[in-house]
Design a protein around this ligand. Sequence first.
Ligand SMILES: [Zn+2]
Length: 706
Amino acid sequence: MPILYLAQFRNKNSVPSYLTFSPKLREITFSEGPIPPAREVISRPYRTSPVFPVLPTESLAPGFSGQTFLGFFAYDRAFSAIGRLLRQLPPDMLPNMWFSHGFASLLIFERAKDRLSIPELLSQSDLRAWEIWTLNDNVVHHQIDCFVAPPADVSIPSLEIDDFTALPSDLRQVLSEFSHCIYTALERSAHYYPGYIRPLCSLIESINYIISEIQFLGNTNPGTDQNFPSYLRDNPISRQKRLNQRTDQIIQLNSALSYVISQSFAGTIPILERECQVQSYSLLGIGTASLALFRFSEFVQNVFMKHPIDMAIEKKFPSLEGTNIFPSMRDFRPATWDHADFHIDTHLAGIETPPFRPKLVFYSGRLGFKEAEFSVTAALQVIFGSDSARWSLMTLTHELMHAHVRALLSAILKATDDRELEKDFARYYSDLYAYHKRKAGRWKLIQSVRSMILNFFVQKRACEEFMNGSAKTSYEATVNQLDVRFPENPDALRQWMREDFRDLNEIMVHVCDYHYFYNSNDELYLGLLWESWSTVPSVLSEIDHYVFRSLVAVATKEPGEIKERFDLSLRILTQNLEQILDRRPQNPVVECALTFLRDPNRHGSLLLRFIPALYLAEVTLKFLVSGRIQAELVSGDSNFEVEKGEYIYHIETGEFPGFDISSPVGFLADRLRRSLRGISSSVDEEHASAWVLLACASVDGSRSES
Ligand SMILES: [Zn+2]
């Protein structure tokens, strides 16, 4: 029998090994190299997956002569299950345990078949499925010895999709695609990942709302349906625009669902039935790696959902006493905002939590890290690099903060839509105008915070105009000469807002991300930002933009007057970038940023961008960032601690201690710290990354205790 591909397997090393199956020859091989010789495989299809020893220093290469058995096991929380098995299984079985990225995350090679069905393996309460292959020499003789736990109950009231058969055929088509996707995903979730049922059901609620809106929008005579805003009722062009947006949303949702289905359920048991589309993992799939994405983002979203800041803004800010917005930067004193009456934590009590609707999450080679209304994507590189700073799962928090900031802005500006904003905008404009003209008013907090947000655009213009018109001057002269030109009318202000909205968004997102997930630790935050930006093609052409974002986030922690904070942040950023370069020379992006920072001619214009940005960052931090959320993201985990402001998680790389991680934020921040410091581990990066994903896949993201 010809051997398809069998490199020599070396014992006791940490190089990932690959399990490759050739359907044509029914052969299974074990090798060190991921890519088989082209000449041999071009005519023979194969499926392959990397696998990693549970105990790297003791692991044994499986010998395939004679009869061998290969067991695949899928536990709902494999990280703690493997830890328990290390204590419960006979010691001579332990060197034969391997783990993978797939749904079947634990593999065991055995000479005696009955050892693969002992109660220690099969009676764990969270065992979802298993499968055993019988091998004669290398050939798989029998692979359908398998078990899948009974499906979880899907008796949820909101399971029916509303009738859409009366809609035009193109809409019917996208909606029927949605129905097939969602029911397929639900059926498979019930068998393999019951945790997905809830977010999938919440999508049905969303689609039913969209269907009712589409029915309204397609109606040539929409009448007086009060469920929809008047601008839609009165204007056929707005209705068409909205209809197109909604159609596009369903198409996006369908695409997201098919990604989720193929990534989560390929490689489920029976393993050979569904091949994973990511070819490097085509044998066992990336079910566990996908679950890691889902459970980490579910954990984060769950904490934010429990303290709904956007709802507190809507409910409480309209009746709370307002404050000074500092219309001129000359007398900006953010310390006067340090008052419990303004702090969001004071107002979160008694706010009802909304229904939890976690987003769909999946890997995308094309989109990388990105956020959309119903989904978030992570770069495909995370699968083999999640233990590095470049491809850390922590990057996902930036995307999740985009969704959070969108909700905050929509609560403050009271608009989910451009057209809706229009009717209130004249009022917002006159509030801001009154502030600028220092007209006394009995301001409410919502008016103050809204005016601060809009004031950012006014200040930004003033700085830009000053920058264009004047030569270099001292900071004092700059601030004293800053001439605020107030926009002529609401439309002009809206135009400024449209032009600078990206800046507004990114500044607020960076401030939230820095404080919530990094405990305002500059080394971690700047390390992650610049390592991950080193891979983004557009960064080099906009280096000033990225330098500026980093400066502003860091400055929110630093005390003093604006200019002092600017100088201090400049120094901190420079030092941190130098450190990154020290550890890993030849990073053109970081070098380029340093060249920019070291050029004193750049500082004047950077300061002028910094002034309004710091203003906005202070507004975000003082009024919109919750200490409770920050604490809860790392609470309830006895292996986690904060030492001198640093997040430390007490677990060694590759270890299976028998418990699950309660705070994935603490765990991932600690991994990031180790990676940035170059703390070496006993296994290579791909092994460590697979282990990090396995740990994150076992996080209890829906835990309800505070
Ligand atoms: Zn962003």
